[in-house]
Design a protein. Structure first.
Length: 216
């Protein structure tokens, strides 16, 4: 895959994160780079008529923890429990090496912090791709308002059992959607899985190449 893409890596552990405990774990693991700064509030240049600098609560972010990338830490409330999340977001990157390295480093960091019971790993990608044409729609004959319909999007979903919220299921999803711009499509993927697979990023990119061959 040659396109630049945005990458999200997430490790969800089977317990909620408590900050004083998190810092104690970091000290025990000799993670000196694990520090926190006060949230940054950027002043809005638009005149709103109010005097409040900020009415929102910025996210908790640990700067430059994993290979110079910020680490987001939060708790996720699922239907059955509250769990901790450790996330890295990288914008506009290219190639597979960085994704592979950060995926392994985030896993190692969570393990060094002593969070051994992992609920799920999640890898997400988003990017724009040049597309020539979507496959012809041939599943139904005799449509009265369409002469030669084509698919306008492709969505592959694996692992959904319908028993929980889709965001709690261990799923693999690849979605390709036509954009209004000529010959452009948006691609997004989510792969959520239980056990650490060292080859998962390479497998995702290989599957993406096969799916995108349908619209190139």
């Amino acid at each position: 895959m040659e396109e630049n893409y945005n990458l999200t890596l997430l490790v969800i552990v089977n317990q909620s994160v408590e900050l004083s405990d998190l810092f104690e774990r970091a000290r025990n693991a000799s993670l000196e780079e694990f520090r926190i700064e006060p949230p940054i509030i950027r002043i809005d240049t638009q005149l709103t008529g109010g005097l409040m600098i900020s009415s929102g609560i910025p996210s908790l972010r640990f700067p430059k923890v994993v290979s110079g990338n910020d680490l987001l830490v939060f708790n996720i409330v699922h239907s059955d429990a509250k769990r901790g999340g450790f996330q890295i977001e990288v914008q506009n990157t290219k190639g597979t090496a960085l994704s592979q390295n950060l995926y392994e480093e985030l896993h190692d960091l969570v393990q060094r912090l002593g969070y051994d019971d992992v609920y799920a790993y999640e890898i997400g990608l988003r990017f724009i791709v040049n597309s020539r044409r979507y496959p012809a729609f041939k599943e139904i004959d005799g449509l009265q308002t369409m002469e030669s319909p084509n698919f306008a999007s492709l969505r592959l979903l694996d692992g959904y059992k319908g028993e929980k919220d889709l965001r709690e299921e261990f799923i693999s999803e690849i979605r390709v959607e036509a954009l209004p711009q000529p010959m452009k499509s948006q691609v997004s993927t989510v792969h959520r899985f239980k056990s650490f697979d060292p080859n998962k990023p390479q497998k995702i990119f290989a599957d993406l190449d096969k799916v995108l061959s349908l619209v190139r």
